[in-house]
Design a protein around this ligand. Structure first.
Ligand code: PFF
Length: 443
């Protein structure tokens, strides 16, 4: 490892930070709306299978590359192998930058809705005007950009404070709080009259809804929600000591991540069905449908505030990981100091995010038939992350195989059958499956 490099203070801190990165808007905003539009239970089952069969092996490969290389995503590839491999890391840094630009926008809506929970939003939503309220909000450019800016400032501040003093410190508080809020909301939702119809929609897989599209959606979601395919886990792994076991870290982080996605479904669908709303309303699900649901509950403002606070915690512990990928790159490769890197890249991300922030307004031009935010999401989640995933698994499974295997065994090995599965997944399963999905996206 390079001298004087920052490190996590404890394994607990690392797990909270890595789980904080994984658990985010992807679990609470994207997962429920994708489940809603993809027919419920069947999407959930596919997601779980893909997380276990492809997601976990790639996450293990990433952490091994990061700890083995001891540098940022680009530097680790260069140090371990060189050649063209650093380009994989470089694509990851670009992906991090692009994701953070629109992530800050959606997270900004979340901050706005925390405050709006106590404003006229609830009475508008009670009168059937939640969609209109959301539209008015996204057309108010000053507000949208101000909230995006505020969220980006919080992200920059945490990253500026460093790996231990910033990221780890905040994740250690926010992640446990998130589970507590989630538990409170779940009890509330499941005890509503008519909740069981939602549980049924959510848990009963309807095999007739299984299409190639559903599989692709579920794989993209597995990548996005596990924070894999762009060197985030490489960067976080590079701050981890040799004493810790990588497989057990991957296992805990994945379980924590999947738990949030699954439990959030138990908050959203029972409530949506109890109040006869539509589960398949798309990206607006939580900003349009949920306020309408909260507005009709006793103490709805409070539950709405709790929900959007939960989402804010989840979002900021992920956005810091996106920024850290870029900051680590500038620090290691160009000797920038942390503060300078955090501020300059954070501000640049904010500026790139402005078209996304404006794009949900009524007058903003569309790109390739999508709104700008949707186009950025597509470019990163459906193009850059899967491509990154293919190369990362090929790197660990073939090019740097012996090194990767040693690194995975250091600090606590996998049982033999699981190790064999990991090797097979990196060598064959992941590259082929992901390539298939990747090509399918463009059909
Ligand atoms: N996993 C995050 C989420 O589910 O919201 C998003 C994300 C963070 C993707 C970090 C990629 C990444 F490197």
């Amino acid at each position: 490892m390079s001298r004087g490099r920052e490190q996590w203070g404890s394994k607990f801190g690392f797990i909270m930070a890595a789980a904080g990165s994984a658990v985010g808007l992807g679990n609470i905003w994207r997962f429920p709306y994708l489940t809603g539009v993809s027919g419920g239970g069947i999407f959930v089952v596919l997601y779980l299978i893909l997380v276990a069969a492809i997601g976990m092996p790639i996450m293990l490969a990433e952490m091994a590359i990061g700890r083995g290389g001891g540098l940022n995503a680009v530097g680790s590839f260069r140090k371990l192998k060189g050649g063209l491999w650093p380009m994989v890391g470089w694509a990851g840094v670009v992906a991090g930058f692009v994701i953070l630009s629109f992530y800050g926008v959606v997270a900004g809506w979340t901050v706005a809705y925390m405050f709006k929970s106590f404003g006229p939003l609830m009475s508008m939503a009670a009168a059937g005007g939640a969609a209109e309220a959301f539209q008015t909000f996204t057309n108010d450019y000053v507000q949208v950009i101000a909230y995006q800016g505020a969220f980006m400032l919080a992200t920059i501040w945490i990253v500026y404070n460093g790996v231990g003093g910033g990221i780890e410190r905040y994740c250690k508080v926010m992640m446990p709080s998130l589970y507590i809020i989630l538990a409170i909301l779940m009890v509330r939702s499941l005890t509503l009259e008519g909740a069981m119809k939602g549980v049924e929609f959510y848990l009963k897989p309807d095999i007739s809804k299984l299409t190639a599209r559903t599989v692709m959606g579920a794989l993209g979601q597995a990548f996005f929600s596990l924070s894999i395919g762009m060197g985030c886990m490489i960067t976080y792994g590079s701050y981890l000591s040799d004493r810790e076991s990588l497989p057990s870290s991957v296992f805990i982080v994945t379980v924590m991540n999947v738990a949030v996605a699954i439990l959030v479904g138990f908050v959203i669908f029972p409530a949506v069905f109890a109040f006869n709303m539509e589960p398949s309303s798309g990206p607006g699900l939580i900003f349009v449908t949920l306020p309408a649901v909260f507005a009709r509950m006793p103490m709805g403002s409070l539950f709405s505030f709790l929900f959007f606070t939960l989402l804010f915690f989840a979002a900021v512990t992920s956005s810091v990981s996106l920024l850290e990928v870029c900051v680590a790159y500038m620090k290691d490769e160009f000797r920038w100091d942390r503060g300078r890197a955090a501020w300059i890249i954070g501000l640049a991300c904010f500026l790139l995010g402005i078209p996304s922030a404006l794009s949900l307004g009524d007058h903003f031009p569309r790109v390739f038939g999508m709104d700008f935010l949707g186009a950025m999401d597509f470019l990163s989640s459906n193009v850059l992350l899967p491509l990154g995933g293919i190369f990362i698994s090929v790197f660990a499974g073939w090019s740097w195989f012996e090194g990767a295997r040693q690194e995975v065994r250091r600090g606590g090995a996998l049982p033999k059958p699981l190790e064999t599965f990991w090797v097979l997944a990196c060598r064959i399963l992941a590259p082929i499956a992901v390539a298939w999905v990747f090509v399918g996206n463009f059909r």
